[in-house]
Design a protein around this ligand. Structure first.
Ligand code: ATP
Length: 311
């Protein structure tokens, strides 16, 4: 499929994210968990195309021109539909929207595929309606859709606190090389992992130093940053699916500066000095862990971007 864009369509790339650090700090007054996380966009992407019809008011998928894995919700449960509806409610208007998607970010993987699609839909809607909502208004709408959606509207390298929606930029010029791996037949829902985490004894958990990780990243010292990375979900998620720890160990044996779980998993990532070392580690992983899907990725400076029209 090719996402050809015409005058009444907009296409947008939606990048995945990694959580280079992920600390759980306690509970917020509304019962959600307070987190402290260093987000990083990566160039693993979904592509959306929205086609608008002024004479309609329904929101549908163009399944024939979409490519998505089994289980992808081509209905009202999709976060893209929810985002479009919330946007239209907010600006108090209607329009028909047909959605086509090429989905390459695996689902329920800790890579924010759905959140990035949601942010991409908000960007396309706001572009179509000539930036009717300000950046601030779009962010306020985004947090009502999901905790990672505000980050996905911006992307790059950012520290997120509270639910992840209070964001600060971590500026740097360095390209970072990642190997990402996900068990092909095992996914996890974020609420399920938080519940398992809440039931665990956490007295021996080491505390992550996200300040130090952000500072090292800002100064371009990726090796130093790597020494501060981690994820509070690792003990609980590695116990649910023990090969994840073995995959991280294998990445470290193949010169990863660090290897950890991202978000609530089950995807894990390793950080490498360059593309060649990613390829060496990839060959090792593919030989030893055939049940994992793997991707070589680089850091990206943003999370959603309008695609150039194809004439
Ligand atoms: P996060 O890292 O933000 O916690 P995730 O990567 O773990 O997210 P998603 O890929 O966003 O998880 O999917 C979570 C669930 O949301 C899926 O199981 C799926 O049923 C549902 N969902 C709804 N819309 C989408 C979408 N556009 N893309 C992916 N999943 C979607």
């Amino acid at each position: 499929m090719s996402l050809i864009v015409s005058s009444n369509t907009l296409a947008v790339s939606c990048y995945a994210k990694l959580n280079l650090t992920f600390s759980i700090l306690g509970l917020l007054p509304d019962g959600y968990h307070a987190v402290d996380t260093l987000y990083q966009s990566i160039n693993l992407e979904d592509r959306l195309r929205l086609t608008f019809d002024q004479n309609d008011n329904t929101i549908n998928f163009d399944q024939a021109n979409s490519k998505a894995p089994p289980g992808f919700p081509f209905d009202n449960k999709n976060i893209i539909v929810n985002s479009i509806k919330k946007y239209l409610q907010k600006i108090d208007t209607t329009v028909g929207v047909t959605i086509a998607i090429e989905k390459d970010i695996p689902m329920a993987a800790g890579l924010a595929g759905g959140s990035s699609d949601a942010a991409g839909a908000l960007l396309a809607m706001n572009t179509y309606f000539e930036n009717k909502l300000s950046t601030q208004e779009l962010s306020s709408l985004a947090i009502r859709i999901g905790a990672d959606v505000p980050f996905c509207l911006h992307g790059g390298s950012m520290r997120g606190v509270s639910k992840g929606e209070i964001l600060s930029l971590v500026p740097h010029q360095t390209e970072i090389h990642f190997l990402v791996a996900k068990p092909s037949d095992f996914s996890l829902s974020t609420p399920f992992v938080f519940k398992a985490y809440d039931e665990q004894d956490k007295s021996n958990h080491p505390k992550l130093d996200t300040d130090a990780a952000c500072h090292a990243l800002s100064s371009g010292n990726i090796k130093k940053m790597a020494s501060y990375l981690g994820n509070d979900f690792e003990p609980v998620v590695f116990a649910m699916y023990p090969p994840l720890k073995l995959v991280c160990d294998d990445m470290r044996d193949n010169d990863a500066m660090a290897a950890h779980l991202t978000g609530s998993g089950p995807s894990v990532y390793g950080i490498f000095h360059d593309f060649i070392s990613c390829e060496v580690a990839l060959a090792s992983l593919n030989a030893k862990f055939p049940d994992f899907s793997t991707w070589i990725c680089s850091s990206a400076g943003r999370s959603v971007a309008l695609m150039e029209p194809i004439e």
